[in-house]
Design a protein. Structure first.
Length: 131
């Protein structure tokens, strides 16, 4: 199995080349797959690429800029296979965990995940959000 450097990256950003908007509704798997297939063919990104080489990951994001008070939220994701995350799985799960807050937020563009460190043995990433 091909493990590229990104899957083992402990610093900087991953997935900054995956153009995604977090202002959609909750997606089911077939909706997500058709959007991911389109993104893969239009932008040449590999949706099956392993991007986090751990069974769990904590994701942090901010929202509420319209209220002039930025709020922060986070959630832990567990890999379906119990060992790692593909770009497809992590984006699908991020979308369905953030859409309530980011659907009407000005900073809804997914611009990658920034590695922040570990909480125990769980890697922590924050979503780089653009407007």
């Amino acid at each position: 199995k091909n493990m590229d450097k990104e899957a083992n990256s402990e610093n900087g950003f991953i997935m900054e080349d995956y153009p995604w908007s977090l202002d959609m509704d909750k997606l089911n798997l077939s909706q997500a797959d058709s959007l991911f297939d389109m993104m893969q063919s239009e932008h040449g990104v590999e949706m099956s690429k392993i991007v986090v080489n751990k069974p769990s990951v904590k994701i942090k994001y901010s929202y509420g800029q319209y209220d002039e008070i930025t709020k922060y939220n986070s959630f832990v994701l567990n890999a379906d296979n119990g060992k790692d995350f593909s770009a497809r799985e992590i984006l699908f799960k991020i979308n369905n965990n953030t859409y309530r807050h980011l659907k009407n937020d000005p900073h809804y563009f997914f611009e990658g995940l920034e590695f922040e460190g570990y909480e125990g043995d769980i890697p922590v990433y924050s979503i780089a959000q653009g407007s």
